[in-house]
Design a protein around this ligand. Structure first.
Ligand code: COS
Length: 384
């Protein structure tokens, strides 16, 4: 593996960094306070190709490789994890899943709309009783002639109330377990499709989170993504990409925490000298450096595997587990470096702390990542 970014990757990194500093970071506190969805930012990101980074150009994407995808996602995540979450769902859970599983017609129809930002997408897997146990779907899909009729509800769906397209996982035959699941591309304007915004989140306050309710939602046979029975694998391959994007966003939180802490420790005077001179503060900064760089390297390694077109479940779970835990740690200790000021939104670190916390939960908890890693290592399954 080559650790150097190419000239092209560096140019995209500069573009993303500049965009994040100029267009995203300045309004992040206010959007967080007012829980305002970042529509204007998304509109500006689309022409830069950020809404379709690794999607091939023939489908309206930017045609970036996976390392470039991580580099961009890190910069967005450093500025505002709410924007990054919206982006991760759009690109990694929805667009890349259609790219992997869609028919040529589905790709030609959906991908340009998603990459241009005309459509936002959401990913409907999680239910009230199907979180870690993702195969345990209560949402059903029943075949009626040339149509499918979908009934059920989904919880904690990012982009759920703003999406025009929902990728819905549903059970077609309860006796078959995960082999009865199927995935559907459902336009959210379809009669019977409703969403309800979920409020009161600890973080990611300017991202959209909703409950989806599907009551006799009738979609044509062409809405099926993959074959009947592929639904679980569709979801798992989506998560292999989604978790990668979360990992990259968490590297951004680590870097943001480190940048803010470095500046503060150089400027804040206590006992007549900058607090960065104190060894206990240096220890915190040094730990942040090590965790940030380790998280980045693990993420790049997963990207390297993806660039070769190989299954990256193991490497992605390692990166997502490590980077999300590192982001929580770095944001927490960044508050410590800032002292009382870190507890106020005058500085970004308290937002980093609240936003980082969900990353060890969504797209598979840290415990699920460890069980995936453990199974690869031991050849023994923790699940029946
Ligand atoms: N890519 C491709 N195929 C995959 C896969 C992946 N990443 N993971 C599993 N599969 C396949 C398996 O190969 C197996 O295929 P066969 O039926 O052909 O043998 C099938 O899917 C079932 O896999 P497995 O038996 O391992 O599934 P489990 O029910 O044991 O579930 C866990 C495994 C728990 C790891 C999975 O349910 C999971 O990731 N849960 C967390 C879900 C989650 O992240 N939820 C949050 C969503 S927020 S959007």
């Amino acid at each position: 593996m080559n650790f150097d970014l190419t000239e092209e990757q560096l140019a995209v990194q500069r573009l993303a960094r500049d965009f994040a500093d100029r267009e995203i970071a300045p309004g992040a506190r206010e959007r967080d306070r007012s829980e305002q969805f970042p529509w204007e930012i998304l509109a500006k990101m689309a022409p830069l190709g950020f809404l379709g980074e690794p999607v091939p150009e023939k489908y309206g994407g930017a045609g970036f490789d996976y390392l470039t995808h991580a580099v961009v996602t890190e910069e967005i995540g450093r500025a505002d994890s709410s924007v990054r979450t919206t982006l991760s769902v759009q690109v990694s859970l929805v667009a890349l899943t259609i790219l992997r599983w869609g028919t040529e017609e589905q790709k030609r129809h959906c991908l340009p709309l998603l990459c241009s930002g005309q459509w936002l997408g959401c990913f409907g897997l999680t239910e009230a009783n199907a979180g870690s146990d993702a195969a345990n779907q209560s949402t059903t899909a029943r075949r009626e002639g040339r149509s499918w009729v979908i009934n059920g509800s989904k919880m904690w769906i990012s982009n759920g109330s703003v999406a025009k397209l929902a990728l819905i996982i549903a059970q077609t035959d309860k006796t078959k377990g995960h082999t009865g699941l199927a995935a559907f591309l459902v336009e959210t304007g379809t009669p019977g499709f409703k969403s309800r915004v979920m409020k009161g989140k600890m973080g990611l306050r300017s991202s959209d989170t909703a409950e989806l309710i599907l009551e006799d939602v009738r979609v044509p046979a062409e809405a099926l993504l993959g074959q009947v029975g592929d639904g679980f694998k569709v979801a798992m391959t989506a998560l292999d990409n989604g978790r990668y994007s979360v990992a990259a966003g968490c590297v951004g939180i680590c870097q943001g925490s480190l940048d803010a802490s470095t500046k503060y420790a150089q400027e804040r005077i206590a006992f007549g000298r900058p607090i960065g001179q104190f060894q206990l503060v240096q220890e915190l900064i040094a730990e942040m450096v090590v965790k940030t760089e380790s998280a980045r390297l693990l993420t790049y390694r997963a990207g390297h595997v993806k660039n070769q077109g190989l299954r990256s479940t193991r490497e992605t779970s390692i990166a997502k587990y490590y980077a999300s835990e590192a982001a929580c740690w770095c944001a927490d200790q960044a508050i410590q470096v800032h002292g009382g000021y870190g507890y106020s939104d005058e500085f970004p670190v308290e937002r980093y702390y609240r936003d980082a916390r969900v990353a060890t939960l969504y797209e598979g908890t840290s415990q699920i990542q460890k069980l995936i890693i453990g199974e690869f290592q031991l050849g023994l399954r923790a699940f029946t």
